[in-house]
Design a binder for this molecule. Structure first.
Ligand code: ADP
Length: 256
């Protein structure tokens, strides 16, 4: 017994090597398993729209020629599914892509993004997007414009989509010398307590049908979290079911 203990706790270079080697193997194995899980999730997500497309093409082939209603319905659904696949593939590429760091003015990006969203989303005519900032033009963070854009876009889209009344979304930026705090708060449907730990998981949706209806892929928040962490930031969420949700992000400030 004494011998075995000696082996496991040896303090020399070999002991150190064994330790480092074991740790590296553990990390490699974990990375490999993560990748496996991701590939399997992604394949599964792509399989669904392909099955739907296949079904509709078969319908079209058999009855589409004689029945204009079937033709219309099948073509519309097929185009929607293709659009969904396109978003999914774009988001997968985003997850795989790595961009260089640069600094961007956060308020400008938020305004640009909010404008794009106002054009592309079916917005309630009285929606309110409120931007609060304690330093309107000089707020900078070490993050690429592209990454920041995606973070804001995904959070704003969700805030608007998961809402059953007139959406009021408040985005606030606070400069805190070491960190920037970004909060996105909505008055939407909220998220039940037991679902909260899962919303950053890839492909997780609280309500599958509702998310799909908006063209959701279940990847938005996974991408947001990955980007925030890539830039050494942190993200958290608090939500009251039926009342609204608030996402809080901390990003390191650019200290030039
Ligand atoms: P999706 O493409 O489905 O929107 P996300 O990863 O962006 O995927 O979000 C995962 C799930 O978390 C959504 O399907 C939705 O159920 C829930 N969710 C995200 N943001 C909000 C929000 N602001 N209010 C309520 N539920 C939300």
């Amino acid at each position: 017994e004494a011998k075995i203990q000696l082996q496991e706790t040896r303090n020399d270079e070999i002991g150190e090597l064994i330790h480092v080697y074991k740790r590296m193997m553990g990390e490699l194995e974990e990375a490999y398993l993560q990748q496996q899980r991701f590939i399997s999730d992604a394949s599964h997500e792509l399989r669904t729209p392909i099955q739907v497309l296949e079904g509709h093409l078969n319908l079209l082939k058999r009855w589409g020629k004689d029945d204009p209603e079937i033709m219309e319905e099948s073509l519309t659904t097929s185009l929607q599914e293709i659009q969904r696949m396109r978003s999914l593939i774009e988001e997968l590429l985003n997850l795989a892509r790595r961009e260089p760091k640069d600094s961007s003015k956060l308020t400008n990006i938020i305004e640009e993004t909010a404008n794009v969203i106002a054009e592309t989303e079916r917005l309630h005519p009285e929606s309110e997007l409120i931007l609060e900032s304690n330093q309107s033009t000089t707020l900078e963070a070490v993050i690429s414009k592209d990454a920041y854009n995606q973070i804001v876009r995904n959070l704003l889209q969700n805030a608007i989509r998961y809402c059953e009344k007139k959406p009021i979304v408040r985005i606030s930026l606070t400069n805190m010398s070491e960190y920037h705090k970004i909060e996105v708060e909505d008055n939407g449907i909220g998220i039940k307590k037991d679902a909260i730990p899962r919303i950053f998981d890839r492909f997780y949706r609280v309500d599958d049908a509702r998310s799909r209806e908006h063209g959701g892929t279940g990847l938005g928040l996974a991408i947001v979290k990955m980007l925030v962490e890539k830039y050494d930031g942190q993200i958290s969420v608090s939500s009251i079911y039926g009342e609204g949700t608030k996402f809080t992000i901390y990003l390191p400030a650019n200290r030039n």
